[in-house]
Design a protein around this ligand. Sequence first.
Ligand SMILES: *[C@@H]1O[C@H](CO)[C@@H](O)[C@H](O)[C@H]1NC(C)=O
Ligand SMILES: *[C@@H]1O[C@H](CO)[C@@H](O)[C@H](O)[C@H]1NC(C)=O
Ligand SMILES: *[C@@H]1O[C@H](CO)[C@@H](O)[C@H](O)[C@H]1NC(C)=O
Ligand SMILES: *[C@@H]1O[C@H](CO)[C@@H](O)[C@H](O)[C@H]1NC(C)=O
Length: 445
Amino acid sequence: MSAAMRTLAFLALIGISSSQTPDCSYLRLLNHLNLPTTNSALSIMRPVKNWTTTTILKLDMWLYGILEVDEKCQTLTSHVWIQMSWPNEFLTWNSSDFCGLDMVTVPRSMLWTPDIVIQEDASDSGSIHKGDYHSLMSSGRVRSNIRQRLTSTCRLNLYRFPFDEQHCNITFTSTTYQEDLLKLETYNNDTVLAKVSEHIMITQGEWQLENIKVTTDPWFHDGENFYKLIYMVKISRKPLLYVVILIIPLFYLLVLDLASFFIHEARGEKLSFKVTVLLSISVLLLILQDMLPSTEDALPMIATFCVSIFTMVGLSVLEAMVVIFLIDFDDFIGKKVQSCDNAHVDTQMDVIQNEPVGAEEKGEVKAEKSYLPLDWPKDGDLLKLILEEVRAARQEVGKQDKVKKKPSYYRKLAEIVDSVFFGIYLLTFLSFLVWMYVNWFRNPN
Ligand SMILES: *[C@@H]1O[C@H](CO)[C@@H](O)[C@H](O)[C@H]1NC(C)=O
Ligand SMILES: *[C@@H]1O[C@H](CO)[C@@H](O)[C@H](O)[C@H]1NC(C)=O
Ligand SMILES: *[C@@H]1O[C@H](CO)[C@@H](O)[C@H](O)[C@H]1NC(C)=O
Ligand SMILES: *[C@@H]1O[C@H](CO)[C@@H](O)[C@H](O)[C@H]1NC(C)=O
């Protein structure tokens, strides 16, 4: 009996204590906030008790990655994480009344969300992708986290490509709430934003994040005044790949072309070498054309570089043609002169042949030799015959050498043209390099 009483007392005690234990469920909080029974007004109105109160929206954007910069389309594709928070004056509670519960997640559709857009957004899927849930703090702050792939337009200045820096703006603004109703701010200052972005950056491809600056600006539109929060992202290109695949080969080709002036002008060889160099340059030009947009306002420095080299090599091909033509012309004239001279040479040969014969006649040997072809000569005569033939041959060769050695007018002209052009070419090359260095590689700052 006493045992039964004790059990009853125990059960009663449990009942009392359980009724005294506070309900720590989310449900109690949601009921307290009147959320489930829904209050659709909460998702419609800007959550302020006095409509003149300005809602201050804190918006931080972290850059997770620079995925692509499209020079032709002038867009920057990045991976961003946007954190927004704003106060909701109706949804506050004292966390100590709810077992210390100070945060609850609420579907986005149940709460008011500011209509923030990115002005530069060029992605098909439209503006900011909204998350499905908001976090609600006990103080009434609503937090929203968004991660998205953002394609934003950015006016790229490619004048100093590939040693360029780009400044891209990402502008957040509201489309409906004017400046006096919705104000945009950042939670962290820009030093922190840039530092953290640099730290968390997973991929940035060929780009290097230089810094992020944040400014706010009013934006006038149809006589209305909107608030603008601008993230100015400065990125610089890592130029090594372009230096290796474009600039160094072009430079080497130009040096090769310079060196080809030292090839002895063996007709086609020099010319075909130069033409090969010209073709290689045009291949590199094609690669370049794939990369750069055809904006007309400022021709990128690298295009000037390529075209200048192409022109220089082209001119040197022309020059090689002129030199070859001059030499050919000279040979042609020389041949004509030689054929005129040949008769003269033959008569000379006769004289030469006659002279020694005459001398020998004067010496020991007599009439026997003058009729050489008639009968087969004896041993000594054979030697003499050979000697004479060799002498004649030598003299003829000597004559021809003299003809060749004597530089005629056109050959001389060709040589002069060649050396003068080489001098000018070398000077142009050097001044071109200096000009390029000053305008291109050197930092403008
Ligand atoms: C609403 O705010 C305005 C300006 O801050 C103030 O003048 C007005 O008294 C407020 N109204 C109420 C009911 O608090
Ligand atoms: C929350 O409630 C506790 C106890 O009920 C009280 O001491 C505290 O001041 C309250 N805090 C706020 C911000 O009202
Ligand atoms: C970015 O915004 C700043 C501030 O309004 C402006 O001065 C700058 O020209 C903008 N840059 C670009 C590339 O639009
Ligand atoms: C930015 O914030 C950090 C930490 O909050 C602070 O140390 C730093 O001085 C701030 N920089 C500027 C420019 O306000």
